[in-house]
Design a protein around this ligand. Structure first.
Ligand code: ADE
Length: 267
């Protein structure tokens, strides 16, 4: 997979030399290139921003500089299988499903805005050219620019590429996986640390009981912390044991899906 990142702070991306993403780059699984947007500025001061039309605080990134940079990197016409990602707090939520989809895209170009963002005509222009353009938000808070979001997207996508995570089974049961639950708590040796012991079932060697305990823990955590995920559970994926546990946790499985409270039987 190839990823190009365009930024006015290339140094932000040095962590991508480390750990599994760094290794994926040296082994050639990931071709990641970081570009300085100012290389496409044309004035002596290498200016990339200007004041917002219509007034208001802050600065907006100029479409002409972004246009030069993106024409060069996207190519014209842009090859099929290329997607332009623009991190912005006004984008759609970046989720594990987004990461899974992007991991199958051969070429991602990530445009990092600063200040109040990138002139809106940039996304509009490349969409009109037939380029897939996705504006993504990490969450409902505001960062100083797209760089941290780009780091998050690159790491979340790169670890899904075949061969990047040594044991692909570790991708199966993690939080936000196919089950739609938060992950169960994990423990290692020693079985007693300070005054804390490990749940005895994990030392029982009984795989069936361990799997059941982990699933119960996943439901308990998800019910306590993420009611939004509970509502998205698929009734067909829930067995009798799950349904009884959900009832204890205050959720019922109805024709309308998983809902808080005890089931009301319509007559
Ligand atoms: N840029 C600034 N804030 C952001 C956010 N929450 N997500 C993605 N990009 C951003």
């Amino acid at each position: 997979m190839r990823i190009d990142v365009v930024t006015i702070f290339p140094e932000y991306f040095s962590p991508l030399d480390l750990s599994l993403v760094g290794k994926a780059r040296t082994t050639g699984l990931l071709d990641l290139r970081v570009h300085d947007l100012r290389d496409w500025a044309t004035d002596r001061h290498r200016t990339v921003d200007d004041s917002p039309l219509g007034g208001g605080a802050g600065m907006v990134m100029r479409p002409d500089v972004w246009g030069q940079a993106l024409d060069a990197i996207l190519g014209s016409p842009t090859a099929p299988g290329t997607e332009l990602i623009i991190p912005t707090p006004s984008g759609s939520p970046f989720t594990q499903r987004t990461a899974e989809r992007l991991a199958a895209v051969p070429h991602l170009v990530v445009a990092c805005g600063r200040y109040e963002g990138i002139d809106a005509r940039v996304a509009e222009h490349y969409r009109a050219q037939g380029v897939a353009v996705t504006e993504l938000s990490l969450g409902d808070y505001v960062l100083n620019g797209g760089e941290v979001a780009a780091l998050v997207v690159v790491e979340a996508v790169a670890r899904l590429l075949p061969g990047v995570v040594g044991n692909p089974e570790s991708l199966v049961e993690e939080s936000h996986g196919a089950a739609g639950l938060l992950e169960y708590p994990v423990y290692t040796r020693p079985p007693q640390w300070r005054e804390h012991t490990v749940p005895p079932v994990l030392l029982s060697g009984h795989h069936g009981r361990i799997a059941r305990w982990r699933r119960d823990q996943a439901f308990e955590r998800t019910a306590a912390l993420r009611p939004d995920l509970m509502r998205r559970l698929v009734p067909g994926d829930l067995d009798e044991h799950d349904r009884n546990l959900l009832a204890v946790l205050g959720w019922s499985v109805t024709d309308a899906g998983v809902v808080p409270g005890s089931e009301t039987v319509a007559d």
